[in-house]
Design a protein around this ligand. Structure first.
Ligand code: EPU
Length: 435
């Protein structure tokens, strides 16, 4: 397993370019199952979850070509297996997104039920109840979820109201409804930019989706979908992570190829703490810490357009360097504070009280040996390592590789002292090079 060695204390400077959004690319890739024609996706990030999704598509019989860097041409003209196996689902929960498209086009699907995962209990009951509303029969068999469309083989449009907002649930149902007979309305839908991006692709394929990005999405089912070409939106969580990287190292960065509009809540919160962020144009941000330092500010994670849970860990790392006490409330997932104990090992003063973390700052962080636990928690440890005195070794960085494209290369090019210690020559993301 690869590790990162970080020598803290370098101020970041220069420019960092943002990759395509993992959480948009994943549903867009799986949407290709909805049609026998070719879907071409551009700006695909080079991260491990994408490789896992590619494997899933190839496993069921689809062909995935990469005609040029960051572009995938996916053809699901021949699908032989209507199933996502446990080996894939256990490494990437987003594999459950295969259910909707398989069920919609082939009338049947089988996907292993995701087990417990590192960020708390994450059931898929809302996805399944939604499929039932569309007329499917859903049952459990040997640890797999099996879903079957009504006798006609086609789902039936319906009113679906989510009790709780779910991002992949909204995506799964939206994809399923595109080929259903009649109209579907999804109430209390997630409003994340990734939902609107997927809807844009679906509409290019010939679907009739209205209202994506609002709490009510209306989908008029069509008989068939066709080919389309689509560029994935920039990754707003990667953008936010690099904004924090500049602030925590007292550096100055230009963040390019991003979408500031999608990061509004993060930008606003960081500004409140004394981070100066300027929007140079529609795709470029300039960031640096204000001369008088950082001030603590409380935070509550919320569904979009609120502050994203996927930036909570990085914000906590930043608050260890801010003057004062900040209360960070996590409202989306339980058990998403695993980074706190690792940050404490670096000298941070953090107390956990149920769903709240109370950070007392500023504290001087010192390098330590750390264990990455999930994707965003690991990113927060990298940020803390950059700000710490001395050397930090982060173990199990495969968590970071799931969702950050070559983070060590990007940070290294901006002056960060971070290197990958390669332990497996077969890892597709390993460079082994000091960057
Ligand atoms: N929930 C249910 N039942 C369901 C579905 C969700 O109770 O059927 C609950 C979850 O347990 C959670 C809440 O609803 O408490 C929200 O979960 P959601 O379904 O929105 O999460 P997700 O779709 O599984 C996506 C992202 C996550 C991100 C969350 C929240 C993808 C592939 N994943 O997950 O991204 O944290 O939305 O914004 O889009 C990451 O990239 O690191 C990551 C974890």
């Amino acid at each position: 397993m690869d590790k990162f060695r970080i020598r803290g204390g370098c101020r970041l400077s220069g420019s960092i370019s943002i990759s395509g959004a993992k959480n948009s690319a994943l549903p867009c890739m799986v949407a290709s199952i909805l049609t026998p024609e070719t879907i071409t996706l551009k700006n695909i990030p080079y991260v491990r979850d994408i490789i896992t999704m590619r494997r899933l598509l190839e496993d069921i019989g689809a062909t995935v070509l990469t005609p040029e860097l960051r572009t995938y041409s996916i053809s699901a003209s021949r699908v032989e297996v209507l199933r996502a196996p446990y080996e894939l689902v256990k490494t990437m929960r987003a594999s459950v997104l295969a259910l909707g498209p398989l069920l919609a086009r082939f009338g049947k699907a089988r996907v292993a039920l995701p087990g417990g995962c590192a960020i708390g209990t994450r059931p898929i009951d809302l996805h399944l109840a939604g499929f039932e509303r569309l007329g499917a029969e859903v049952w459990l068999e040997s640890g797999d979820v099996v879903a079957r469309a009504p006798a006609s083989g086609r789902l039936i449009g319906a009113e679906i109201g989510f009790d709780k907002i779910t991002v992949t649930g909204t995506e799964n149902l939206m994809m399923a409804a595109t080929l259903a007979r009649g109209e579907t309305t999804i109430h209390n839908a997630a409003r994340e930019p990734e939902i609107a991006d997927l809807a844009e692709l679906l509409n290019k394929m010939g679907a009739r989706v209205r209202g994506a990005g609002t709490p009510t999405i209306e989908i008029e089912g069509v008989e068939a979908l066709g080919s389309a070409e689509h560029a994935i939106i920039p990754d707003r969580i990667e953008t936010g992570s690099f904004l924090v990287a500049a602030a925590i190292t007292n550096g100055e960065l230009e963040i390019t190829n991003c979408c500031p509009r999608h990061c509004a809540a993060v930008i606003e919160k960081l500004r409140e703490t004394g981070v100066e962020i300027e929007e140079l144009n529609q795709s470029t941000l300039h960031v640096r810490r204000a001369a008088n330092g950082l001030t603590a500010s409380d935070l509550t994670t919320k569904e979009h357009p609120g502050f994203p849970t996927d930036m909570q860990a990085q914000y906590m790392a930043l608050m260890t360097q801010a003057d004062g006490r900040s209360v960070i409330a996590e409202t989306i997932f339980d058990n998403r504070f695993m980074h706190a104990s690792e940050l404490r090992r670096m000298g941070a003063k953090i107390r956990i009280d149920r769903e709240k973390a109370i950070v007392a700052g500023p504290t001087r962080l010192t390098g330590a040996r750390l264990l990455a636990s999930d994707l965003r928690a690991s990113a927060s440890l990298v940020l803390a390592g950059l700000a710490a005195e001395g050397e930090t070794i982060i173990d199990r960085v495969y968590h970071i590789d799931r969702g950050y494209e070559k983070i060590e290369t990007k940070l290294g090019a901006a002056g960060g002292d971070i290197e990958r210690i390669r332990e497996s020559v077969t890892s597709p993301l390993s460079t082994g090079a000091k960057s």
